[in-house]
Every structure is written in C-alpha cells, then in structure tokens.
Write a protein that binds this ligand. Structure first.
Ligand SMILES: Nc1nc2c(ncn2[C@@H]2O[C@H](COP(=O)(O)OP(=O)(O)OP(=O)(O)O)[C@@H](O)[C@H]2O)c(=O)[nH]1
Ligand SMILES: [Zn+2]
Length: 362
C-alpha cells in the first residue's frame, strides 16, 4: 500500500529515534538485533537490552585503533559489553573526551565471525543522525515480533545499505529575493531532500547565464566561523570574500550546504575542538572520534547546481578534492579560483594541516 513508509522514510524515523535514545530493530536475511546509539542510550534502556541477551558495542575501525580493540570486521569492531559495566563504560568506548585523562582499560574482547552487517548499519545510522558513530546491539530471535510488541521502528539492513549510499533526490522548494550588502540582486533558493535530511540553500547573485561557466562557491556550514567569527578556521572570511567577489562581478552562485564540521555535525565538531585543545590536529581529532577526515557528500552540491541549470563552474576553492568531486558528478570545472583569505595566528596550524594532510593549496 502507498501508505507503507519507504525505506528512506523508515531510516529518517530511525535517526530521530536514535537521537532521542530509543533503540530500533535492525534485521536482514540472517538475523535481527535491537540497536541503540551509544551516545544517547540511557541506563534503563541498557538494562532492557541486557534482559534480551549479551550486548556488544559497535565502533568504527578508526575508533578501535585508538582503543586498541581488534577490528576483525575490517571497517568496524564489535566489542563485548562486560557484565559489570554501566553506561559510563559504553560512552567511554564511543567518546574520546577522557581518552587521555582516564584511558579505557582493556583488554577489550572483540567478537569474531557471525556477520557484522547489522552493526555496520547501526553505525551508519548513528553517523547519519550526527551522533557519535557507535551503537550498542543485542541479537534478538524475532525482530519483527519485538518491534510490533513495543512500537519500535524496524529497518531492513539489506535495503538500508544502498539507500544510505544513494544520493537523495532534492526538491527546489522555493526561492525569494534577498537584497544583500554585496548585491541588491540576491535570491535565496531552498532545496529539500526527499529523505528527510537537512535542507541546503543556494544564494544566487544577479542572473548568471546558464550556458556559460558560473562563478561558484560550495560553502560548508560553519556556525562558529560563519556566525561567530571564530578565529580557529577561515570559513567566515571565505564566505564573505566569495559573496563580495560575486557582488563585484554582478553574478555568481554560492551554495550554503548544511554539512557542518565537514559532515559530522556541530556537536561532534565541538568534540573535535576539545581534542584539538588536547593537542590533536583536525584530522587526528576526527579519527579519534571514529570519523574519516571528511564525511561530506559532495554529490549534493553537484545536484543542486545541475538543478539550477548550471553545467559548468569557475569554482572558488583551495580544495582540489572539490574540483575532482564536481567533475566526477557531472559539473565541469573550467577554472579553480583560489580563495585565500582569513589567515590569522590562531588558524595558521589548522590551515597548515589542511595543506599537508588534506591536499589544500595554500
Ligand atoms: N570536523 C571538523 N570540521 C571543521 C573543523 N574546522 C572547520 N571545519 C568544518 O570544515 C568545513 C569547511 O571545510 P574546509 O576544509 O575549511 O574547506 P573546504 O570547503 O574543504 O575547502 P575550501 O573550498 O578551500 O574552503 C566546514 O563545514 C567547517 O565547519 C575541524 O577542526 N574539524
Ligand atoms: Zn570554519
């Protein structure tokens, strides 16, 4: 029936559940598990999980490396939750905040064999909910019965994998005129993905012709830099310089993509900042949290540009990866236009790390 939620809709519900601390049922051909996010599960719900069997905590191989836990499943590790531990232990497995002050005591017992697909889906869900990429799972004999009995969201891991990998169709919801300091001919377009994820915005300056390369900027949201004027990064000055340049030229398009913290969300970015205060650089901090260096989905930017009718761009960026990604997703980059602004004593090391480890051109 058309009223039945699609897998994309079920995943969106599951993200909301996990953010609230409510476990979800994940199943595939071979079994089922009850899964909660390590960040949000509480003691009562952990007790509920324990009443059903022996839980394990699933963490990414990046996080496992820091904890010295064996990642037998390649990209992830499933670590048995000892009987005597409480939620503090589970949070310690997921959150590196106290790694240095109070290291987690091993040895950690990693599970081996038996398949890790349900754990993989649970980590991917936690990550896409912008939580720490770690989940607590307990195998259950009859997933559908458990979900029905308690009104829990149920996810088919086999369908969820490809759905989470796929780019969600984006709707052009509305646009409105916004006169701006850099140009009175400003217009903001709002794009909404079908899968219930964040909206993204396109700021169009003037009326750039669609049949010629447009001056374009893909700007990833940075609340601290864009709004607060943080000196830890160069985002605020880059945002303003890009808009100013488009204003001077009389035409351009700036995509404001809600991919805060290179796609890990503001809470996780603040966790990364705390680690940076402990001496780790921007890339190491992401890894200790269990993330990759850059978790952004660059297809979103390419899709929005194409939907607006732009097939080729002069891209304002210092990041060669953005150029490759645009080309790979059907947007021709006729020129990379450097955007080097906002260097200050407090972000010099950060920019140096981006040049050395992430290939940015200084
Ligand atoms: N995870 C994480 N994200 C950060 C950090 N500092 C800034 N960001 C985010 O990084 C994104 C900006 O990415 P950058 O790498 O500065 O720039 P870029 O967009 O890849 O490249 P340019 O086009 O040259 O600016 C924004 O989403 C910021 O919120 C940090 O230390 N850790
Ligand atoms: Zn920033």
């Amino acid at each position: 029936m058309a009223l039945d939620p699609t897998i994309a809709e079920q995943l969106s519900r599951a993200r909301a559940d996990l953010r609230m601390g409510l476990p979800v049922v994940i199943h595939d051909c071979c079994g089922a598990a009850l899964a909660g996010a390590a960040e949000t599960l509480d003691a009562t719900r952990l007790a509920d999980l324990r009443a059903l069997g022996s839980p394990h905590v699933a963490i990414t191989a990046r996080r496992a490396e820091t904890l010295k836990a064996r990642a037998y499943d390649g990209d992830l590790a499933r670590v048995a939750v000892p009987d005597a531990v409480d939620m503090g232990w589970i949070r310690g497995m997921a959150d590196p905040a106290n790694d240095l002050a109070m290291p987690m005591k091993g040895p950690h017992v990693s599970l081996r064999g038996g398949g890790a697909d349900l754990s993989r889906a649970a980590i991917a869900l936690a990550k896409s909910a912008r939580l720490l990429p770690a989940a607590v799972l307990v195998p259950v004999p009859d997933g559908p019965a458990l979900a029905a009995a308690h009104g829990l969201t149920m996810i088919d891991a086999t369908a969820a994998g490809p759905e989470m990998e796929a780019a969600s169709p984006m709707r052009d919801v509305i646009s409105g005129r916004v006169p701006m300091a850099v140009s009175e001919a400003g217009r903001v377009h709002v794009f909404r993905p079908d899968n219930g994820a964040e909206e993204h915005y396109a700021v169009e300056i003037g009326r750039p012709p669609r049949d010629r390369p447009v001056l374009a900027r893909l700007h990833s949201a940075c609340f601290t830099g864009d709004v607060l004027g943080s000196l830890k990064c160069d985002c605020g000055p880059q945002l303003r310089a890009a808009l100013a340049r488009m204003g001077e030229d009389g035409a351009g398009v700036l995509l404001y993509l809600n991919q805060e913290g290179r796609g890990i969300g503001l809470a996780n970015k603040m966790r990364a900042y705390s680690l940076q205060d402990q001496g780790f650089d921007t890339v190491e901090a992401n890894h200790r949290l269990g993330f990759e260096d850059d978790e952004r989905d660059f297809r979103i930017g390419a899709d929005i540009l194409k939907r607006m009718g732009f097939g080729s761009v002069r891209l304002l960026t210092n990041n060669p990866r953005k150029v490759t990604m645009m080309q790979g997703h059907g947007v021709e980059v006729t020129e990379r236009v450097p955007l080097q602004v906002g260097l200050n004593p407090l972000n010099a090391k950060y920019l140096d790390t981006k040049a050395k480890k992430s290939g940015h051109i200084l």
